[in-house]
Write a protein that binds this ligand. Structure first.
Ligand code: 0X9
Ligand code: CA
Ligand code: CA
Ligand code: CA
Ligand code: ZN
Length: 309
């Protein structure tokens, strides 16, 4: 588990327990299900939050994913914060209630549970990034759009950005893919917007990542401008820096490119606190969790408003 000084971070077991608790305390608003299993057989839970939660209503859907990268534990806390805000906040905050009543919110706090467990299973942190297949894969290079196209991932099984032997070879990415595909109903993708949370550098990033060009097949200037407008609005609310993801560095096989190109989902990456650092940047003290997750409240609200606008 986490070292004693960081005990406010949630382990895999504690994360699952938080989701079960939210679903039990708000049975009308929150329901837990599974998107599949990790390489080591751990369940990957998803929590749905909406009024009439057991029904699939005709409401804009929004997806939040966290912890693709094992050591980025602050992102799991971000997803748990979203869960708390939209369940516990329902009875006290009319703006929250309005969003919960008119949207369907999906939250996956741990896309990479095996990696997350492994990172905290030793004495001190391991600095682990990938999943825990026998040849570990960087999940954010394993998505099936322009996979391995452009020098933005590695074919070396020992590299930290190893893309895996084939698109969606990792059970964790294929589980989220299948879940996302399952939200196509009557030929229409129900999920309109998505944030994949990472750490660190305090950035709001939009696709494409595989090319430095703003426009490319599947991305018109008008669509790019919409990404940039919403990305800048969210960044103005949290003080992050907004940019196209390839302005940071080129990545191929990342989640945002697939979500947008395959499903037309308005898909962003947030790189959370801190703004800079070395390996210790992945391990901010638990004292910052409340401040740095609440820091994204307005950005999350902006995205929810944009879905359905
Ligand atoms: O490299 C990544 O997967 C992300 N950064 S991290 O330090 N959390 O590993 C950034 C992904 C955003 N996409 C692109 N830069 N294209
Ligand atoms: Ca502490
Ligand atoms: Ca509903
Ligand atoms: Ca629906
Ligand atoms: Zn990351």
């Amino acid at each position: 588990g986490f070292p004693p000084q960081d005990r406010d971070y949630h382990t895999y077991t504690e994360t699952v327990a938080e989701l079960d608790k939210a679903a039990a305390e708000h049975a009308d608003l929150a329901r837990k299900s599974s998107v599949g299993s990790s390489a080591e057989g751990r369940d990957i839970p998803v929590l749905k939050i909406s009024d009439n939660v057991t029904e699939d209503e005709n409401e804009p859907e929004v997806l939040f994913t966290c912890n693709q990268h094992a050591r980025e534990h602050l992102t799991t806390e971000m997803c748990l914060h979203i869960v708390q805000r939209y369940t516990d906040g329902y009875s006290t905050d009319p703006a929250i209630a309005e969003m919960v009543d008119t949207r369907e919110i999906w939250v996956v706090p741990m896309v990479n549970p095996d990696g997350s467990v492994y990172d905290v299973a030793g004495f001190g942190y391991r600095g682990w990034r990938r999943n825990r297949e026998s040849t570990p894969t960087d999940l954010n290079r394993n998505w099936g759009y322009q996979w391995g196209c452009c020098g933005g991932s590695s074919g070396d099984p020992n590299a930290s950005t190893y893309r895996g032997p084939a698109p969606f070879s990792a059970p964790e990415t294929s589980a989220i893919r299948d879940f996302t595909d399952s939200r196509v109903i009557g030929g229409e993708q129900q999920i309109e917007a998505h944030i994949d949370f990472h750490t660190f550098s305090e950035l709001v990033l939009w696709p494409y990542g595989y090319t430095e060009n703003n426009t490319a097949p599947g991305m018109t200037q008008q669509q790019y401008d919409r990404f940039a407008r919403i990305g800048r609005a969210m960044a103005a609310s949290n003080g992050y820096t907004p940019q196209q993801s390839s302005d940071l560095y080129v990545t191929d096989g990342s989640i945002n490119d697939w979500m947008w190109a395959e499903h037309g989902i308005l898909s962003f990456t947030f790189e959370m606190y801190p703004g800079s650092g070395g390996i210790e940047g992945f391990y901010p003290p638990d004292e910052v969790i409340d401040r740095e997750t609440a820091r994204n409240d307005e950005a999350v609200s902006i995205l929810l408003r944009e879905a359905g606008a």
